[in-house]
Ligand binder design. Sequence first.
Ligand SMILES: [Zn+2]
Length: 231
Amino acid sequence: MSIELDILVIGAHPDDAEIGCGGTIAHYAKKGKKVGVLDLSNGEPTPFGTVEKRMAEAKAASEILGLAVRITLDMTNRYIENTIENRKKVAEVLRKYKPKILITHPPNDWHPDHVACHQIVNAAKFQAKLTKTESKHLEHYPKYVFYFDHSHLKDKNRKLDFLTDISDSLEEKISALKAYKTQFVDNKKHLRIFDYIKERAGYLGYQVGVKYAEGFINSEHLMVDFENLKI
Ligand SMILES: [Zn+2]
């Protein structure tokens, strides 16, 4: 039997999960939660690095974040589509690892693969709860789906619904991103990502009285128990 996950973060490409919510991943992994990442593609084809290099970089990033599992599907970079076949592939992962919380791309992103990933994940969430399918795993329905605050989210009216405290894990987030050497270190035009990540985390953290925070979008109502608020 496979491990059951508390949180599964799903990105279109290797490094999306880290950019979107690497601090939250590392924070909850440190607390003993089982956190996994699913990449829909291995990033190929891309102008930077090779498949082998990128897989090694993703492995190094996974170790820094403390992931329980990282899965890579075979969708093609730049051509990811919300098809029945792709929904089924993601639904199989949901059935196998039974995550309670899903985190993925928001709907309004300029990269078509990210938008397709958003659609596939929501459709797969539905698909995974169905009975009488050809799947060898039992049905599963993740209770929550949240969308991360990705640097590709080019929305001037960007609105977040809640924040998580990543004061104890910003360092791991940045180290995990630096593990993608071919994308962010060798590629000088992407070097500013590290400043952006730190400044945005500081800006969001300041608003809630912590050093660093990450933001999320939630499309459904979220129940708040006053007894769990830090007051
Ligand atoms: Zn991406």
